[in-house]
Structures are given as structure tokens and as C-alpha cells.
Design a protein around this ligand. Structure first.
Ligand code: NAD
Length: 509
């Protein structure tokens, strides 16, 4: 179990052959849902096309599930929860199944990497060094937590009779609704937490990149997870996602996606049965660079992060604030780093940055940029799509983006950085005010060596995460946002607790 794959396992020629084989097998796959251990078409028999964002060409068809399929899937998950073995198994058996699932995925990691690259467009390198090892680490971490879920016996006074304690029980049927920007990782980390807790699940993956979820589903049986525990309904957000959010027999919905849909899910949860919600939503994260920072490292990392997934990364630092005295050199270094980005199909040799997920997403980015230019911002590099097939967008540097402009306030979800200087003598509270000037609060990046600056700002930032001097996601550290970036946290025992419910007990004497 290495938890880190090596992309060189694919010589270019092997990769081409594997890709061709994968395309053939995808073209032949019947569009199916997984309900109660059986793969079957949607009740409506409708299907949806899935495209390769690097070419815009179709690669597969998926079943277009709707509320009828969701009803069947939730009923199967409820039966498996009430009557099936999964919640009643010794926790070590659930742990063993999760470890087996991780091993099964790892055995097919090259196929998963290619599949994810083909489906979501990301560079193989970003998947092999990011999503794949993170997903496997999350799965194994949660396998370990399965045997450590415990209630408590509160301290009591000597004259107290009887006994008080509380139990932690699985919450029941958990719905998992995921976005297209990290489909494999999002599905796996939610699934791992839910299964470790003893829940049964219905997964509704993003319709734009649903394939890795289906492949994970195929390995559940092999890993020893009983029928009905994991159900997968593909389909659109409106037809399948909303039916899950409104379903009266779902106990929790763990959602990652846009703030707008998060709000509608919360409203549906309130309207239906007050199901619990965990919401991992959008972001517009600040990156603050101080004059004493390692500028080369900062420039490379900030540009690398916005190129990672073509800017379609919720925690990416897309608003850059830089101390005035290093503004010019930092811009120069960032510009140079952007020039070095090799753009191409995610699965092609040497690609650093793949396409965006869809033309609609790309047009939205263009619209936001054009709007800011009309309002007085300046494009220093990029600012437009690449011509030709696929949904490619030029890495973009924008200056003079005032805080009230849409480009500085809205999540663009494209490889676009807005860079703004702050005065050399600005106090920490002034810098924090710039960083906090957002309805989002997911992540903040800080580049500084002075320990007083670092600690001072950490205390002032309104975000769920602060990354100091580089580093990305970590599967075992709680992750989530404040403000309109959502609430609840994923990862580790904090993430696990969302999938449990507390039952307090008083034993009389
Ligand atoms: P989205 O909100 O459009 O869709 C996410 C999922 O919700 C999809 O499966 C979609 O089909 C479903 N959905 C759509 N409408 C629905 C409805 N009315 N009811 C129920 N489900 C519905 O998001 P997206 O465009 O797929 O993903 C991009 C967004 O995800 C960005 O805003 C990004 O910041 C966010 N994101 C957040 C995190 C995080 O951890 N905070 C991580 C990744 C992505």
C-alpha cells in the first residue's frame, strides 16, 4: 500500500493503448444505476451524454435517474440500514471492508487516473499526485476510525445513583451529492466517512463527471460491502439531486457544490424532514504575500494552485494581495510562471493544465472578465479562451480589480488571478479586512516569514482554513468553510461525527 502513484508507470505508448481501451469500454457500457446491489437502467430509460472536455466529444452515456429511482435507492438503503448486517457488523469488519475497497481501487489506480482525466479534464499529474493518494488516504483513515467511534460516560458525583452515558450511533441513510471538479475524491471521502460510521448511502454524482463514482460502486461488492449499502443514482441535479434533498426518509445530506445549490438543499431539507446537512460550498480565497516571503516559492505556488484543475478548485487563492514593495517582482514571477504552464488534454504527455469542464463554465468566466474590464480592470495576461476543440482557457492575470467588481467577488472557477497591492505600512487588520471582504470564507493563503505577522493574521482571518507558506489539502485535517462557504467539516473524526447521532441514556437503579 504505497498511497502514492507514479505517473511514469505509463510510458506514453502504454498510456495511448490504455486510453484507447478505456474509451472502447466506456462506449460499450450500458447506462446503469446501482440500486440494492443490482445494476439497472433508469425507470424512465432516459440517458445523458458524458463528454471529454478536452475535445467536446462524447465518451459515455449514463442513466438519467429521477425521483422514481431515488425512491427505490432510498428504500434499498433504508432496508439495508434497518435489516441488513452493515450497521450491526463488528466495527473491525466494516474497517476491513473499507481497507479492501482502498486496496481494490489502488490495484486499478492507473485506470482510475485515466478515467478521471478523461471525464473531468484534469491533468494526470494532478490526479496522480493529488486526488488519488488523497482519496486513498481518506478511505484508509476512515477505516481506522470505524473501530474508534465511542460515546462517553460523564463524570458523576459519589452520591449519584444509577448511571448516565451516551452512545454514538450511525445516523441512518446518508445522501451524498458531489460536484464535477474533484469527482473521485469528493465521492470517496464522503463515502468513507458514511460507511465507517455504519450508515447506508445513496450517491448522486455530478452529471458532468460521474464515471469514477460508478467505477467505485463496481468495487464495493468485491470489497465485501453488502448489497443495498451503497446505491448510486446518476442524473441531473434538478431531477435526481433535488429528489434526494427533498426525500423524507434521508437522514443526512452531505453536499459539496455551489453556494446557490447548497442554499436550495438546505431549504429542501427544512421543508421535508429536517434532515441534517453538511455543506461544502464555494470560495473566493485570498492569498496574502508579504515582502519578507520567499517570492519565488509564493509565485510558483499561487500560479500552480490556480492552474491545478484549471482554476476549478474551491479553495484556490484567486484574490492575491501583495505588499507594495514586492508587487512588481511578484507580478513578474507570476507572469513567468503562467508562461511556463503547458496546456493540453489532461491525459496527454507533459500537460500541466487541462481544459475547463464545459463551454458554459468557460463562457461564464469570460463574461466575468469582460464585465471587470468594462469597469476598469486590466488584463496583464490571458483573459480569453483558447481557440480550437475542447474547453481550454488561458491562464489569466488581472490588475486593478476593485473590491466591488464581480471578478473580485464572485467565484470564477477558471484559471484567473486578481492581483492587488497593499501599502507597505498597512496594519494586519487592514490586510485582514481586504482578505475578509468576501461573502465566502473557505481558505486563506499566507506568505510571510515574520512569526508575528503569521500568528496575528491567523487570528483575524474569517476562513475555515489558513495555509501558511505553501501546502495543499490533507485528508486527515478538518476541511470546510465559514460564511457562505458552508458549514460542517469533513475529514478525520470531526467529519465522521456528522454521520453519527447521539443517544443519551439514564439508567435508574
Ligand atoms: P453544483 O452546485 O452545480 O452541483 C453540485 C452537485 O449538486 C451536482 O451533483 C449537481 O447535479 C447537484 N445539484 C444541482 N442542483 C441541485 C439541486 N437543486 N438539488 C440537489 N442537487 C443539485 O456545483 P458544481 O458546479 O458541480 O461544482 C462546483 C462548485 O462546487 C463550486 O462552487 C465549488 O466551489 C464547489 N466546491 C466546493 C468544495 C468544498 O469542499 N467547499 C469542493 C469542491 C467544489
Amino acid at each position: 500500500m504505497t498511497e502514492s502513484a507514479n505517473p511514469s508507470v505509463y510510458a506514453a505508448s502504454d498510456r495511448a493503448a490504455a486510453l484507447q481501451q478505456l474509451r472502447q469500454s466506456l462506449a460499450q457500457r450500458p447506462p446503469r444505476l446501482l440500486i440494492d446491489g443490482v445494476w439497472r437502467p433508469a425507470l424512465s430509460a432516459q440517458t445523458l451524454e458524458v463528454d471529454d472536455p478536452a475535445t467536446g466529444e462524447p465518451i459515455a452515456r449514463i442513466a438519467a435517474g429521477d425521483s422514481g429511482d431515488i425512491d427505490l435507492a432510498v428504500a434499498a438503503a433504508r432496508r439495508a440500514f434497518r435489516e441488513g448486517p452493515w450497521p450491526r457488523l463488528p466495527a473491525s469488519r466494516r474497517a476491513a471492508a473499507l481497507f479492501a475497497l482502498a486496496d481494490a481501487i489502488e490495484r486499478r489506480q492507473q485506470e482510475f487516473a485515466l478515467l478521471e482525466s478523461l471525464d473531468a479534464g484534469h491533468s494526470l499529474m494532478s490526479i496522480v499526485n493529488g486526488d488519488l493518494p488523497l482519496g486513498l488516504r481518506s478511505l484508509r483513515d476512515y477505516a481506522g476510525w470505524a473501530t474508534k467511534i465511542a460515546g462517553e460516560v460523564p463524570m458523576r458525583s459519589a452520591d449519584q445513583r444509577g448511571m448516565d452515558y451516551f452512545l454514538r450511533e450511525p445516523i441512518g441513510v446518508a445522501a451524498i451529492v458531489t460536484p464535477w471538479n474533484a469527482p473521485f475524491l469528493m465521492v470517496l471521502q464522503k463515502l468513507a466517512a458514511a460507511l465507517a460510521a455504519g450508515c447506508t448511502v445513496v450517491i448522486k454524482p455530478a452529471e458532468l463527471a460521474p464515471l469514477s463514482a460508478l467505477y467505485i460502486g463496481e468495487l464495493c461488492d468485491e470489497a465485501g460491502i453488502p448489497a443495498g449499502v451503497v446505491n448510486i443514482v446518476t442524473g441531473t441535479g434538478v431531477a435526481a439531486g433535488q429528489a434526494l434533498a427533498e426525500h423524507p426518509d434521508v437522514n443526512l445530506i452531505s453536499f459539496t457544490g455551489s453556494t446557490q445549490v447548497g442554499q436550495s438543499i438546505m431549504a429542501a431539507a427544512a421543508r421535508s424532514n429536517l434532515k441534517r446537512v453538511v455543506l461544502e460550498l464555494g470560495g473566493k480565497s485570498p492569498a496574502m504575500v508579504f515582502a519578507d516571503a520567499d517570492l519565488d516559492k509564493a509565485a510558483t505556488a499561487i500560479v500552480g494552485e490556480i492552474a491545478f484543475k484549471s482554476g476549478q478548485y474551491c479553495a484556490a487563492g484567486s484574490r492575491v494581495y501583495v505588499q507594495a514593495s514586492v508587487h512588481a517582482p511578484l507580478l513578474e514571477k507570476m507572469h513567468a510562471a503562467m508562461q511556463r504552464i503547458r496546456i493540453g488534454a489532461g491525459y496527454a504527455d507533459g500537460t500541466d493544465m487541462g481544459p475547463m469542464i464545459s463551454d458554459a463554465q468557460r463562457r461564464r468566466a469570460q463574461d466575468l472578465i469582460d464585465h471587470s474590464l468594462a469597469a476598469g480592470a486590466r488584463v496583464l495576461r490571458g483573459g480569453h479562451a483558447r481557440s480550437g476543440p475542447g474547453y481550454f482557457f488561458e491562464p489569466t492575470l488581472i490588475a486593478d480589480a476593485r473590491a466591488d467588481m464581480r471578478v473580485a467577488q464572485e467565484e470564477i472557477f477558471a484559471p484567473v488571478l486578481c492581483v492587488t497591492p497593499f501599502a507597505d505600512d498597512a496594519g494586519l487588520s487592514e490586510v485582514a479586512a481586504l482578505a475578509n471582504d468576501s461573502r465566502y470564507g473557505l481558505s486563506a493563503k499566507l506568505w510571510a516569514r515574520d512569526i508575528g505577522t503569521v500568528h496575528g493574521l491567523i487570528g483575524l482571518l474569517e476562513t475555515g482554513q489558513v495555509i501558511v507558506n505553501g501546502g495543499g489539502g490533507e485528508a486527515t485535517l478538518p476541511f470546510g468553510g465559514v460564511k457562505q462557504s458552508g458549514y460542517g467539516r469533513e475529514n478525520g473524526h470531526v467529519g465522521l461525527s456528522a454521520f453519527t447521532e447521539i443517544k443519551s441514556v439514564r439508567l435508574g437503579y
